[in-house]
Design a protein around this ligand. Structure first.
Ligand code: CDP
Length: 310
């Protein structure tokens, strides 16, 4: 019986249809709750120290420090002459950040007209090097201050940077002078592509600054949500970024978080705003994550945009 519980952890989760109804019931109403915001910043600071720990820095990872990979069983890498020079000195963000927009890649963004809203935020965080071409600008905007890049994208989209690096460097230009945040020390095979991405950008005098996600931070954020009922092998990138934003920003609005196949108008919604490629099923628990985020929305701790923007 236990086994079944592990394989089908959806037993506690409301059905998609119920979630749609619940969200419709709430409507556009939202009221900021400063106590909730302060509480979450405090909780996240206590568990995970986002200000100090979100990136690998010379300050938190000096020479000789052992970095334990958060996504591997018992694997580590010691900071040495090869890696230390690649780290920024300390947290480079000007804190506190005021209004932050965290942009997930959900299909609900399509035709949302949220681009202007997103671009008006003081700090915009995006996931997995998303497309920002002309076709999408109206819905997702262009401003980017921090964008995550999974090493698997480097492998799949840019031939692991073993051949030409020009295509990679050119396609990074849409992110302007933002930070590129890579989990270089999460999974063993991800380290080399991440270091190559660093060098590709550095050698081409790119305006982007590479920040390596600190595996200690990723692990602690994972535990934080596990304690709140998110049971997944790994948190989704979006939930990591929302957690980071709740720790660093005065106000957080999340866009593009909707891991369901029907929208509020009961019409089909694609998984991403740019394609309909579904994630590997049991890796993330996006609907569970959504339920958590929706609770935070209802309590006024962050704002979720799930409909069109005015
Ligand atoms: O790599 P991952 O599967 O985590 O993410 P993605 O598909 O590139 O989307 C970025 C983030 O947006 C995810 O990590 C989710 O948090 C969120 N998302 C969502 O809530 N609903 C969707 N339909 C798609 C993405």
């Amino acid at each position: 019986v236990l086994c079944w519980f592990y394989i089908f952890p959806v037993y506690r989760l409301p059905r998609d249809k119920d979630i749609v109804e619940e969200v419709l019931g709430q409507g556009e109403a939202w009221q900021k709750n400063q106590t909730g915001i302060d509480l979450y910043r405090k909780l996240l600071t206590e568990c995970c120290e986002p200000r100090k720990m979100f990136a690998v820095t010379k300050e938190n990872s000096p020479m000789g420090k052992v970095l334990w990979y958060d996504g591997e069983f018992y694997h580590s890498r010691t900071v040495n002459n090869e890696t230390y020079p690649l780290f920024v000195q300390e947290n480079p963000l000007q804190l506190p950040l005021k209004k932050c927009a965290v942009v997930g890649n959900g299909g609900i963004l399509r035709h949302s007209k949220c681009g202007r809203d997103i671009d008006q935020a003081d700090f915009v965080l995006r996931c997995n090097l998303p497309p920002l071409s002309k076709d999408y600008v109206e819905d997702v905007g262009t401003k980017t201050n921090l964008v995550t890049a999974n090493p698997s994208i480097i492998e799949k989209r840019f031939q692991n940077l073993l051949w030409s690096r020009k295509a990679f460097v050119d396609s990074m230009k849409v992110y302007g002078s933002s930070y590129i945040y890579m989990p270089a020390f999460s999974m063993k095979p991800g380290t080399d592509p991440s270091l190559r991405a660093y060098y590709a950008l550095a050698d081409s005098s790119s305006n982007l600054t590479m920040l390596f996600a600190n595996p200690e931070f990723l692990l602690s954020v994972g535990k934080f949500w596990k304690g709140r009922g998110v049971h997944a092998k790994r948190l989704s990138t979006g939930l990591f970024l929302v957690s980071l934003a709740l720790g660093l920003c005065e106000e957080v609005t999340a866009y593009g978080f909707w891991p369901f196949s029907v929208g509020l108008d009961e019409q089909p919604v694609s998984h991403h705003y740019y394609d309909n490629i579904l994630p590997y099923k049991w890796f993330h628990a996006m609907p569970e994550e959504f339920v958590q985020l929706w609770q935070l929305h209802k309590s006024g701790t962050l704002r979720m945009r799930v409909g069109c923007c005015p």
